[in-house]
Design a protein around this ligand. Structure first.
Ligand SMILES: [Zn+2]
Ligand SMILES: [Zn+2]
Length: 157
């Protein structure tokens, strides 16, 4: 499945490697992501926590308040404070910030979510699914990714 993707923070203290391709790639246009990044959207690579190998440095968890009253745990470099990855309530899946990859051009979003708050000057490509809020994982994820997710999530209905 191609070369292992690597990335890290700005100062070089935190380095990571992905043990495989991501499960799915989100481009999120929600207000939380816009605020956290100071940008128009975030691109996140979803991957099993044990396939995200931090090979250098120790990330620092920071809980950022979200508009719905919950918090999002963001893992930052303790020195330069760049946000490298985060989690949304489920520690089994990490959301790696694509902009921290050594080669961010190597990934493209599989879906655009929360387009209800997308800024007007961003034009979405035709052919990539885009949803106002969220989507049904079973409908969009490749079967292989669904299997991988099932393997790491605790059994529950
Ligand atoms: Zn750093
Ligand atoms: Zn978001």
């Amino acid at each position: 499945m191609g070369e292992r993707r690597q990335g890290g923070c700005a100062c070089g203290e935190v380095r990571y490697r992905l043990a495989s391709e991501p499960l799915f790639v989100h481009c999120c246009h929600c207000l939380n992501c816009q605020r956290q990044t100071g940008s128009a959207f975030v691109v996140n690579l979803l991957i099993e926590a044990d396939r995200l190998e931090v090979i250098d440095g120790a990330v620092q968890p920071v809980d950022a308040p979200r508009d719905d009253g919950s918090v999002q745990r963001i893992f930052r470099c303790p020195r330069c404070q760049v946000a490298v990855f985060s989690e949304y309530g489920r520690p089994e899946v990490r959301f790696v910030r694509a902009g921290t990859l050594d080669d961010p051009t190597g990934v493209a979003p599989d879906v655009h979510i929360f387009t209800r708050s997308k800024v007007d000057w961003v034009t979405l490509p035709e052919g990539t699914p885009a949803v106002e809020v969220y989507y049904d994982t079973k409908a969009l994820w490749p079967p292989e990714s669904l299997e991988r997710l099932k393997a790491v999530m605790p059994a529950r209905r």
